[in-house]
Design a binder for this molecule. Sequence first.
Ligand SMILES: [Zn+2]
Length: 132
Amino acid sequence: MSRGSKKPKWMRNIAKERMDILFTLAMKEFPKNSSRSHRYVEIARDISKKYKAKIPQKWSRSYCKNCYKFLFPGKNSNVRLISSEVHIKCHECDNVMIVPYKKEKKLKRRSKINAHIIKERTNEQISFHNNH
Ligand SMILES: [Zn+2]
């Protein structure tokens, strides 16, 4: 391994894509098999270190910065808004992460757009069903 030098951008992009997939899987698996979700975070961390690529920002609140377990809001984590900060409490190790609210707002807006897309798709399926 080359020491200290950054990996080429295309390589880091692939790494980011893989981490994104791992976190998506972790989220899906959590209700069924939470220990598998934690394992996915571990793999994502290994990729992050190996390729010197940061874990995608949209997942930065989905794992604990202390014990590196996958965090599922309302299941093993609590999200609370205190003044202008978001406090995320990990129930695995009781660590509290503090995120400035500004970042949170941006992410929320994006998830709203995603929800809209999902809704449209569902409507399409319903109208298709009615034609039969
Ligand atoms: Zn933790």
